[in-house]
Ligand binder design. Sequence first.
Ligand code: AP5
Length: 209
Amino acid sequence: MRMILVGPPGAGKGTQAQRLVDSFRIPHISSGDMLRAAVKEGTELGKQADALMKAGALVPDDVVIGMILERIARPDAGQGFMLDGFPRTTPQAEALDRALAGAGVALDAVVLIEVPDELIVERGVGRRTDPETGKIYHLKFDPPPADVVGRLVHRKDDTAEAIHKRLEKYHSETAPIVPFYQGKGVLRRVDGVGTPDEVTRRITAVLGK
Ligand code: AP5
């Protein structure tokens, strides 16, 4: 299964990917997680990405395209992958398309998780991530157990101001890839409002799993 999760910031892409990858037995490849790891390690890529991410801006296409194409060419992605956060611009979608065509493979599905803008800020501001396990929580919607609370991280781009900026970028840069994939017949729309369990059931249903 070669698939992509698309949706606005905080739509639940990471949450759903964590629930789905084990049963699909494919790697979860999150461009945001890879960039945050580079920031933490202080690599050249991380230094370039840090300020852009904090401000809710996008990292340049050529940088992200190189990073993801190199990742999906690794052996563990040979039978499939779940991309999360990439592509998020038309040039990124076109570059992925060319790379897959060159490798003689095709996408099976692009799952669009739809959540209205008015729910997005609360989801982001309340998000907390466990740096040890990578698990995503929400202070209200998915409260963390007491024994991990002390170590949870609040992402630097999860301020209301940065989330508004990320939403603007989503509408101007990422939403245009939706018709691109619709035209290819691989787009699957899923309502992202409801409990995470409900959303997981909707995704598995549209994927025919
Ligand atoms: P990235 O990490 O990809 O961020 P994003 O797309 O903004 O998505 P998020 O990780 O914020 O949200 P999500 O949809 O995964 O939601 P989650 O499951 O965590 O990118 C960050 C930055 O990196 C970008 O702004 C950019 O600078 C850069 N970048 C990354 N990729 C790039 C690219 N391709 N090109 C250029 N730049 C790039 O859920 C959110 C919260 O809601 C959690 O607290 C969760 O518990 C809760 N929640 C989840 N589901 C539900 C539900 N059903 N009901 C209630 N709450 C829920």
